[in-house]
Unconditional design. Structure first.
Length: 573
């Protein structure tokens, strides 16, 4: 196919100039590009031209360590190119044998030695050098893991509430997450051909994604209320489980959430998803397919900053989008069934499931599993994996659940967890309610620190809560290194968004349930401004809040920031 064959998007200006990503997808021979040839190019540790982008569809990003970039530059060396890999793990479930394999690879073959749990229920390896990339995929494949479509303009890793307590409902929801993930995967066999030495085949079509794939990344969840830990409003497509007597009967479908924006560009904004209505179970895959197909055909392929589903809904009308989905799927949405989100946090410690199995949720600061001085988290996880009879579940808050433990093994697992810092009674509620994205040194888009700064900020916030006699309370606080918002600051009660080194925009007014976008409070400020400001606000909150009123609700009630009701009009107003 040549560039001139790219079909103009019927809904947009036929003369618009397509984003260059459209050309490269078109010319990629269904995501193959020249990646294979590039792998044997020893002149560079990186990937050439279009392959830099194409490897994303195979779950990898080319990166370099930004801390050492200036020094290498001085020495006239190319940046120390490496890749970050993100695995595909619908619902975040990983078996002990798989854990042992990734633990070993992280230790032996990555620059940082860590396993990084992400905000989307999977893990990343950071710092894999080119000669080790193929081996990495083959190792993953040998234990039943792949990284297909965890990045790029496709449907990404499908999230599912990590709720091992109501095991039956969770099992059903998890099965749907897996089915949806598989249904929406690219059909091309490029991944197997390139990384697993699979048989060379010819791909002639991508029946759901289309030969030029989607206009932009696409994110999906399956969610079991009342817990919204997957943060539905960060996602393009959400299936909210509706149960009758503990049996899953269907889903309410929410479409068009997303959190990214660009500093200074008011045409970009975080936006909540719209409720399209209820569907019964048998329509799930059809609806998933056609929300994707409408976004595929109506999404903006000229301007990538306005290409996500949230903008397609705002451009063409949510009702029109919904009607088109109904027509293509041959399914009418029914009225939404009642449900409520009441919580977003993980339930730390042990809980017993209805099947009598026990589940231990451990807090992993920033999701970074590594052996720290006095806290050998990685060794602890490995020791547990060596004896564990259940599985592990990665949560969307970057934490880990050791799930399905029989009563007789609880004590042994708990002992290992304590000895290795996986259970640490000194962690405050505030620490557990705080989250940051990766940011520096690996993220090429980072403008300010996030992961490496979070602990300091938490300590300062803990001191403020203590000072105002509310030390047992907490505020959902999230820090991101840039406005892409990977740590979901745009659904936090207090969200810090990186603007430059040590400088952040401070947003206030999200709620505990994750159903409200916060609003700008302070712009481009450093700690000497926002810590005293938080001191004052926390002081006010501690004295003037209504019974049980959370910080985010308080700042809205007091008019400290205005409520964002409709993002398109309210967010930048
Ligand atoms: Fe993200 C890009 C890390 C969740 C919105 N994200 C990136 C990249 C790959 C930078 C890049 O493009 O080169 C970051 C790699 C950093 C590194 O060194 O690892 C990165 N994103 C992450 C993770 C690892 C953050 C974390 O601390 O856990 C999360 C991986 C999720 C996963 O397993 O798939 C992660 N990213 C998110 C989320 C939150 C979510 O989905 O729940 C968002 C906001 C929700 C949304 O999509 O609206 C998010 N990431 C972005 C964006 C902005 C997309 C947009 O709509 O404009 C980018 C940049 C882009 O795509 O151009 C981005
Ligand atoms: Fe990187 Fe920005 Fe995402 Fe943080 S929010 S990981 S800095 S892209």
């Amino acid at each position: 196919m040549s560039t001139s064959d790219i079909k103009p998007n019927s809904k947009h200006d036929a003369n618009a100039k397509f984003a260059d990503n459209e050309r490269l997808k078109t010319q990629s021979n269904f995501l193959r590009g020249t990646i294979e040839a590039d792998l044997s190019d020893q002149l560079t540790g990186g990937f050439n031209a279009d392959n830099f982008q194409l490897i994303r569809f195979h779950g990898m990003y080319q990166q370099d360590d930004r801390d050492i970039r200036p020094e290498r530059n001085k020495q006239k060396l190319e940046p120390l190119h490496n890749v970050m890999l993100r695995a595909r793990m619908p619902g975040g479930i990983i078996q002990p044998q798989q854990w042992l394999a990734i633990d070993e690879f992280a230790a032996d073959k990555t620059m940082y030695g860590s396993i990084r749990l992400t905000t989307r229920q999977t893990f990343q390896f950071h710092g894999v050098l080119k000669p080790n990339i193929k081996e990495m995929h083959q190792m993953l494949n040998s234990v039943g893991i792949d990284s297909i479509a965890t990045a790029g303009d496709v449907n990404r890793n499908v999230l599912c509430t990590t709720n091992p307590v109501e095991s039956e409902l969770h099992q059903e929801a998890y099965d749907w997450a897996t089915k949806i993930s598989e249904h929406l995967l690219p059909h091309t066999k490029a991944y197997a051909e390139i990384w697993l030495d699979g048989e060379k085949t010819e791909t002639t079509e991508e029946p759901i994604l289309g030969s030029t794939y989607l206009p932009r990344k696409f994110k999906t969840t399956v969610t079991i209320p009342p817990n919204n830990e997957v943060d539905v409003h960060a996602n393009d497509l959400n299936f909210v489980a509706i149960a009758d007597n503990g049996k899953l009967v269907g889903f309410n479908v929410l479409v068009g959430g997303g959190l990214a924006m660009t500093h200074g560009d008011t045409a970009t904004y975080p936006r909540k998803a719209d409720d399209f209505g209820f569907i019964s179970l048998e329509h799930t895959l059809k609806i998933a397919e056609h929300v994707v197909s409408v976004q595929r055909d109506w999404g903006n392929r000229a301007n990538r900053k306005n290409a996500k589903t949230k903008y397609t809904l705002d451009t063409f009308g949510s009702d029109n989008f919904k009607a088109e989905v109904e027509q293509r799927a041959g399914v009418k949405f029914e009225d939404s069934r009642p449900y409520e989100f009441t919580t977003r946090g993980d339930r730390f410690g042990w809980v017993e499931g209805i099947d009598g199995k026990h589940h231990l949720t451990v807090f992993i600061q920033n999701g970074r599993i590594l052996d720290y001085p006095n806290q050998p988290l990685k060794t602890g996880c490995r020791k547990i994996a060596e004896i564990h009879q259940g599985d592990f579940r990665m949560t969307a808050n970057q934490n880990l659940i050791i799930a399905g433990v029989p009563a007789e093994q609880k004590a042994e697992i708990e002992k290992i967890a304590y000895e290795h810092g996986l259970i640490d009674d000194s962690h405050t509620n505030q620490r557990k309610a705080s989250m940051a994205c990766v940011s520096l040194p690996t993220c090429p888009l980072a403008m300010a620190e996030a992961e490496r700064y979070l602990s300091d900020l938490v300590e300062k916030t803990e001191a403020l809560l203590d000072k105002h006699n509310v030390a047992d309370d907490d505020i959902i606080m999230r820090v991101v290194g840039c406005p892409n918002g990977c740590g979901r600051a745009m659904l936090a009660e207090v969200g810090l968004v990186g603007k430059g080194p040590g400088k952040y925009n401070v947003y206030l007014g999200g709620n505990r349930e994750g159903t409200r976008v916060p609003k700008l409070f302070l712009e481009n400020v450093s700690e000497d401004v926002y810590v005293p400001a938080l001191d004052e606000l926390i002081g006010q909150w501690s004295k003037e809040r209504n019974n049980g009123e959370c910080f985010g609700d308080f700042v809205i009630r007091k008019g400290i920031v205005a409520e964002v009701k409709v993002s398109k009009t309210d967010f930048h107003a």
